[in-house]
Design a protein around this ligand. Structure first.
Ligand code: ATP
Ligand code: MG
Length: 423
C-alpha cells in the first residue's frame, strides 16, 4: 500500500468544510480591505529564492525542495509566497501602475523540507498579503490588522501581537556592528548554526530556537537603541496607528524573523494559550523596502505577512471554536423503483439548478433505509416518487423535521420550496 509522503496530510470530511469556510472568510475580508488576488506558479527558478529569501536563511540553506527539470533548469518548489509575488510584480510591471499602492493577496501550498512535527509540515498552506509602492507607516498598521481582525472574526482570543523594528539599512548596519562586538567573546558558547550565522548574518542569531533562552542572548544590545531618527519616527507612527485600530501589541526587540529581507517594521502573532506547544507563531511579516530591487526591479517599498493555515486550525481546536454546522441537504429524493428513476433525475437537476442542494438514492435502498440515509444527510425535505405519483404527475414531499407530508403537482415543486425556505 502506497502511503502519503512524510510531512503531508489529506483533507476530508469536516476538516474540508472547515477549510472552505476559512477560505470564504478570507475572500470576503480581502474584498473589504481592497486587496486583489494574485496567483503565482508553485515552482520557480531556484535563483529567485536564493536572492529573495536569502542564502543564509533556514529556508534556503536547508529546507528547499530543489530539482533539475528535463530541460536542465534549476527549479525550486516555492517555500514561501513573497519572492514569487515580487517576481510577478516586477515581471508584469505593476510598479508602473498609477493606482499605487498595489495591494495583493495569495493563498496556497508551500513546500519546505523540514523535520515534520506538530505545526510543521513539508506541504503546508499559507495565506498572505503584499502591498507595494508606499512607505506609509499607516500601511504597516493595516497589514498587521489583517491577521488580527481575521483571528477576531474567527473568534480566537488567546493571541499576542509582537512588533519590532529592524530599522533602515543604515540603522541595521550600526546595530550589526554592535551585535558582532557583543557576541564575539561568547560565540563558541552558541550552537553550531549560530556560529555560522555569526559570520554570514549575525542578526539571525536573535531568531535562534536553540539558544534563545541563553544568558548570552538575553543580554544582547537592544536593536531599538540603534534606530536613526527616520526609523524611530516610522516605528512610533506604526504604533500610533495600531492604537487607532484597537490592536493590542507588545514591543519585542528580539523579533528579527527568519527571512533576510525585512527592513523597519517586523511582527509576529503568536498563540499565547497555555499548553499550545512550541510551534506557536501563527503568522509573521513586516516591511521589505529593498526586496524588489534585490530581485531585479526598481526601488519600490513593500510590506506584507504570511499566515499558516495548519497552526490556525490547531488554535481553533485548542479554543474549542467550531466553525461549521452539521452537514445537510435541502432535499433528498427517493425513487421507489427503476421506472421512477428517470423523472427523479430530471427533478434532481431542476431542484439543484434553482438554488437548492439536493441528492438522490444511488444504491436502490428500500424505503426504510432510504429514510435512514435522509437522516444521515440531515435532509430538510424528502421527496418520494412512486408508482402512484408517476401516474398522476405528482410527488409526495415530507418535511423531515415536522414529519408532515404533502402531495404536489410536479410543476409546483420549485415554487413550494421557494416559499418553504423563505420562512
Ligand atoms: P518558524 O519559526 O515556526 O519556522 P518561519 O519563520 O519559518 O516559522 P514564516 O516563513 O514566516 O515562518 O511563515 C509564516 C507562517 O507560516 C508561520 O508563522 C507558520 O504559521 C507557517 N509555517 C511556516 N513553516 C511552516 C511549516 N513547515 N508547516 C506549517 N506551517 C508553517
Ligand atoms: Mg521555519
Amino acid at each position: 500500500m502506497i502511503q502519503k509522503q512524510k510531512g503531508t496530510y489529506d483533507v476530508y470530511d469536516e476538516m474540508g468544510r472547515k477549510i472552505l469556510y476559512i477560505e470564504d472568510l478570507l475572500k470576503v475580508l480581502m474584498e473589504k480591505y481592497n486587496y486583489e488576488y494574485l496567483r503565482t506558479p508553485l515552482f520557480e527558478a531556484s535563483e529567485l529564492f536564493h536572492r529573495g529569501v536569502g542564502e543564509t536563511s533556514d529556508i534556503v540553506s536547508k529546507e528547499t525542495y530543489d530539482f533539475i527539470d528535463r530541460g536542465n533548469r534549476n527549479i525550486t518548489l516555492r517555500p514561501e509566497g513573497t519572492a514569487g509575488i515580487v517576481r510577478s510584480f516586477i515581471e508584469n510591471k505593476m510598479y508602473a501602475r498609477n493606482d499605487l499602492p498595489v495591494k495583493t493577496w495569495y493563498y496556497g501550498p508551500m513546500y519546505r523540507y523540514e523535520r515534520p512535527q506538530s505545526g510543521r509540515y513539508r506541504e503546508f498552506y499559507q495565506f498572505g498579503v503584499e502591498a507595494f509602492g508606499s512607505n506609509d507607516p499607516a500601511l504597516d498598521a493595516e497589514i498587521i490588522s489583517i491577521p488580527v481582525n481575521f483571528y477576531k472574526l474567527l473568534g480566537l482570543k488567546g493571541i499576542k501581537v509582537n512588533i519590532n523594528s529592524l530599522g533602515d539599512t543604515e540603522s541595521r548596519l550600526k546595530y550589526k556592528e554592535a551585535l558582532i562586538k557583543y557576541l564575539k567573546p561568547h560565540i563558541s558558547d552558541l550552537c553550531e548554526d549560530c556560529q555560522n550565522r555569526f559570520l554570514k548574518n549575525p542578526l539571525r542569531i536573535l531568531d535562534c530556537k536553540v539558544d534563545k533562552d541563553s544568558e548570552i542572548l538575553k543580554n544582547v544590545p537592544n536593536i531599538l537603541d540603534y534606530l536613526n531618527e527616520e526609523s524611530k519616527t516610522h516605528f512610533e507612527s506604526v504604533q500610533k496607528y495600531l492604537k487607532q485600530l484597537d490592536i493590542e501589541y507588545v514591543v519585542n526587540p528580539k523579533i528579527v524573523r527568519g527571512l533576510d529581507y525585512y527592513t523597519n517594521t517586523v511582527f509576529e502573532v503568536e498563540a499565547s494559550v497555555e499548553g499550545f506547544g512550541s510551534q506557536n507563531v501563527l503568522c509573521a511579516g513586516g516591511r521589505y523596502n529593498n526586496l524588489v530591487e534585490t530581485i531585479g526591479g526598481p526601488k519600490v517599498e513593500g510590506v506584507g505577512f504570511a499566515l499558516g493555515l495548519e497552526r490556525l486550525l490547531t488554535a481553533l481546536e485548542f479554543e474549542n471554536i467550531n466553525l461549521i454546522d452539521k452537514k445537510s441537504v435541502d432535499v433528498y429524493i427517493i425513487p421507489m423503483g427503476n421506472n421512477e428513476k428517470e423523472i427523479s433525475m430530471k427533478l434532481l437537476n431542476n431542484i439543484r439548478m434553482n438554488g437548492f442542494s439536493a441528492d438522490i438514492d444511488y444504491l436502490s435502498r428500500n424505503i426504510k433505509s432510504n429514510f435512514k440515509q435522509a437522516d444521515r444527510l440531515n435532509a430538510k425535505y424528502i421527496i418520494i416518487i412512486g408508482e402512484d405519483e408517476l401516474k398522476t404527475n405528482t410527488i409526495t414531499i415530507k418535511n423531515n423535521e415536522t414529519k408532515t407530508e404533502k402531495k404536489l403537482n410536479f410543476d409546483d415543486i420549485i415554487d413550494y420550496l421557494d416559499k418553504e425556505f423563505k420562512e
